[in-house]
Design a protein around this ligand. Structure first.
Ligand SMILES: [Zn+2]
Length: 401
């Protein structure tokens, strides 16, 4: 059968399955009384050599894929039969890097439809050091609120540093470090996937490598992983290659698997560096280290304007403390050249888009090319819309690590 995979809509199995098990599917029907659901004649991609897609039937029992084959030939049946002719049958996709937690926590966007409509049925969230310092309350809230996708949570280094040190630009005292370590332990016991950092951001930037190693060791004791937005994806501070080395060192010394988030060579100074980055990661893997990376499939990146342009020292302290500093002409005059240099790093004003969707008085300022590609549309589809799928999803508590 010569099907065109692009044009076929998807049936996403996670809409039907619970994620209670991470079990393997099997080819052998295990006899009467058959399956709960049979998806008939769908196109399934099984990988490996041979045809890209096979036209097969998929049987589901107790929330797990229990059969792949020709139901008619094998004489199997199910309580419910769905004709999947002309459709691709696929597991729901997992997005390993999202900032969906606010939406999941909200009363209006908790169905997470902008992910679901793209086939994402599980999101990792709390990335970049933003995950809650205390997971217990968050998980309770999400479970009672109802969420439209499954969610796996990181404990965020930035959040726990803020809660213990209040945005201070210094190393922690021994006592503060112990407090942060016990917060990591609590979060891991509550079911965190691991520790996330955003060492490029404030307050993660204020942390030395040793502090992160000490905290990652705690996550490692619970079988967690270390997910990091690197200290530098460009030439802002230590440089891209040194930041990769720092992440690898944290993994080695904390004995924890490392995932480098949204790996990229950010800005004009490091374009072309990706080969060196890949080489370093491949070397580490060859040496036996567990290292992975994820990557988004577009050329732009998104963050707050302050993170793009402002020197980190200006951003120290709580919340909007830095507004006052920006109002001081002396400070502004001092940091302006650095901001101009940071804009150059990003490729100049033509590469930066100011986008404040969803806020009162919203105005979008396009300063250059690629604006349509980077425009985000969160919540445009169905903000405030709830459906029954919400209640079949749940927070994953370290189920599939
Ligand atoms: Zn990030």
């Amino acid at each position: 059968m010569n099907t065109d995979p692009i044009r076929l809509p998807l049936i996403l199995l996670s809409a039907l399955l619970t994620l209670g098990g991470c079990g393997e599917s099997t080819n052998t029907p295990s006899g009467a009384p058959g399956f709960d659901i049979l998806l008939l004649n769908g196109s399934v991609y099984r990988g490996g050599a041979g045809r890209a897609f096979e036209s097969v039937d998929v049987g589901i029992r107790n929330g797990e894929i229990a059969y792949i084959g020709n139901a008619h030939a094998d004489g199997v049946d199910a309580r419910r039969r769905l004709d999947a002719t002309g459709l691709i049958v696929a597991p729901g996709f997992i997005d390993p890097h999202t900032h969906a937690l606010n939406e999941l926590r909200s009363a209006t966007a908790n169905s997470n439809l902008n992910y679901l409509m793209q086939g994402v049925t599980t999101v990792f969230t709390g990335n970049d050091g933003e995950g809650p310092a205390s997971l217990e309350e968050t998980i309770e809230h999400l479970n009672s609120n109802g969420i439209g996708t499954n969610a796996a949570l990181y404990v965020g280094h930035g959040s726990l540093r803020n809660s213990v040190m209040g945005g201070a630009y210094r190393a922690p005292t021994a006592e503060e470090l112990e407090q942060m370590k016990s917060l990591v332990a609590n979060a891991m016991e509550s079911g965190a996937l691991g520790l996330s950092t955003g060492l490029y951001y404030v307050p993660g930037y204020f942390a030395g490598t040793d502090e992160v190693i000490a905290l990652a060791r705690v996550a490692a004791e619970y079988g967690g992983i270390y997910d990091t937005h690197l200290r530098d994806e460009s030439t802002y501070n230590i440089g891209l290659i040194a930041a990769i080395d720092e992440a690898l060192r944290i993994g080695r010394e904390a004995r924890i698997p490392v995932n480098i988030a949204h790996i990229k060579a950010l800005g004009v100074d490091v374009w072309g560096e990706s080969a060196r980055v890949i080489e370093r990661i491949e070397q580490a893997r060859k040496a036996g280290q567990r290292v992975t990376a994820d990557q988004y499939p577009w050329p732009a990146s998104g963050t707050h304007l302050r993170n793009t342009l402002l020197p980190r020292a200006v951003l120290a302290g709580a919340g909007t403390d830095y507004f006052e500093r920006l109002r001081a002409p002396r400070i502004l005059a001092k940091i302006r050249p650095e901001m101009q240099e940071n804009l150059r790093r990003r490729g100049g004003a033509g590469f930066v888009i100011d986008h404040r969707g969803g806020q009162p008085g919203y105005r979008r300022q396009d300063t250059g090319r690629d604006s349509r590609r980077t425009r985000r549309g969160p919540d445009r589809h169905g903000r405030g819309h709830h459906d029954r799928r919400i209640h079949s999803s749940r927070v994953l508590q370290h189920a599939c690590r």
